[in-house]
Design a protein around this ligand. Sequence first.
Ligand code: SF4
Length: 318
Amino acid sequence: MIIYIEKDALNYTQTNKIISLFPEATKIIIKNYKNIFDKNIPLHQEKCIVIAKITWSAIWKTPDNYGHTPNTYFFKTSINCVFDCSYCYLKWAFKNDMQVYFVNYDEIKKDISEVIEKDKNPMRFYSSDYSDILWSNKISGFLQEFVPFFEKFDNVMMEVRTKSTCIQDIIDLWFVPKNTEFAFSLNPQILIDKYEKWTPCLDDRIKAINKLLEQWYKVWLRFLPLLPVKNYEQIYTEFVEYIKKNIDIKKLHSSFAAGLLYTKEDYNKILKKYPRLDILHKLKLEKDDFVRCDREERDFFYKIFKDLDKNCKICMDE
Ligand code: SF4
């Protein structure tokens, strides 16, 4: 295994913590992570991670009507994911699948504090839109740093979104945070098998959710992306019944449903890379300039998830 370390990232506590996890790894000092990251390395050929300093803004405003409140932001502390979902935008966003960990946490926290100070309204921060932050926590130490950080604000919530079931790091925080929600993406098992390679199975995700709910953590269910497959009505109707039977919906903090959706530009890129991916051919350009499944299918999805939880937030479509 190789650890590439940016010269400017060498003196961070987080860097030393990551290095100590892999005592056998070869360490190579680099000037800028992009010199490695932008190289065209075939997927899964070289086992390595990259430690770097984020020098551009880690925070982005979400598109309008994305979340539960108008003031919602994405922020990132790492790039790339160990899972391999066929529909994922990471597949065409970068030249390779190396895990990049940004270690200048204090600077990222300062940027977040500045955004919060400017606005006293309810705000929500979605962590790690470019990775699975819970899976990578053993390496990144993200939870230990950012969950306590968000606790000091009022009216601010962070979402840790995941398909992972590595919840021990959450339990090991030894407190139930008031300002962090743990959001699990769920899809029917038949679709996990087909489109969400290497992710935990549905039953394991449900077990993780129930364990957190038993201990009063704030848990979100994220039904996304809803996939317009053949027989989608039957597949998703049975799925909702299964969720109802296996999760106590009343204990949930919130739920969220979103169809498969791309910008025109992203859609053309993924179609070029994966011309045989069947679900892409079920989508079309809508009036709002997003490429998504048709209104009838979307309305079906939204109805069944609103029936499951009347407060279910429909992403960018209500
Ligand atoms: S878990 Fe999320 S970030 Fe990872 S490959 Fe799947 S969709 Fe992409």
